[in-house]
Design a protein around this ligand. Structure first.
Ligand SMILES: *Cc1c(COP(=O)(O)O)cnc(C)c1O
Length: 239
């Protein structure tokens, strides 16, 4: 889309309005929790939306964006004008055979949940002499089908990451369990994060909270929020 396309202007306005509303929700949640909004990084999840939307987000001051599929993210972000100024977070389940490709162009992998993936990411970043920030994804619903390591195994995985040369262990990530109150789950996540941080002080990030539950995440100590639909709209209408 070009800037003289009137639909492009209205899309930018729509995104700007939604972004402002999300920032207001974050500010209110921080106030209620006695926290500062400066402690929170907003990652806008751009999956299913075109790179023109990412260009709008960047022009509106967004610095962090998230994608969950390599096949979509790689070509999309290769065409982003301001790629160097944007921190790209990979937030989806990652197959080991795609890890090498992903490690070349993302800045953060939030979904590290098994030793095999640590080995694959470490091997590529060693080869490229490239540092990558990583989070341990924790499963909070007692099973691992949606990704994530069970809480009992989280510290061991964190220790493995910390032993690599080019992966920087930055903290933990989780998705709230489906159909349950997110708050106790996020409280559990915070406890796991505290345990890991006791051994690895640099692992201070807690990535939790999406469009529907960002307030609960802020109240339970999240430092990173991953928000898609509240800013870009319903994904189904844009597929
Ligand atoms: C899609 C996605 C989000 C964003 O979800 P919304 O409900 O659209 O805000 C956050 N985290 C992960 C892991 C996702 O896949």
């Amino acid at each position: 889309m070009t800037t003289d396309d009137p639909t492009d202007d209205s899309r930018r306005t729509e995104i700007a309005t939604n972004l402002r509303a999300v920032h207001e929700r974050i500010a209110a949640a921080c106030e209620a929790a006695g926290r500062s909004p400066d402690e929170i990084t907003l990652t806008v999840v751009t999956k299913f939306f075109p790179v023109s939307d990412v260009e709008h987000l960047v022009s509106l001051g967004v610095t962090d964006v998230g994608e969950n599929r390599h096949q979509e993210a790689e070509p999309k972000y290769a065409t982003l004008t301001a790629r160097a100024g944007v921190t790209l977070h990979f937030i989806g389940q990652l197959q080991s055979n795609k890890a090498s490709a992903v490690a070349r162009y993302v800045d953060v992998v939030e979904s590290v949940d098994r030793a095999k993936l640590v080995r694959a990411l470490a091997s590529t970043t060693d080869e490229l002499d490239r540092h990558l920030d990583v989070l341990v994804q924790i499963s909070l619903d007692g099973e691992t089908s949606r990704g994530g390591v069970l809480p009992d195994a989280a510290r061991n995985l964190a220790d493995r990451i910390a032993l690599t040369d080019h992966l920087r262990l930055r903290g933990v990530m989780a998705v709230a369990p489906l159909g349950a109150d997110p708050r106790p789950a996020f409280a559990t996540l915070r406890g796991i994060a505290d345990g890991i941080r006791a051994d690895h002080p640099e692992a201070s990030w807690i990535s939790a909270g999406m469009s529907a539950d960002l307030e609960e995440a802020v109240s339970e100590g999240a430092t990173h929020l991953r928000v898609g639909s509240a800013i870009l709209g319903s994904r189904l209408s844009h597929r």
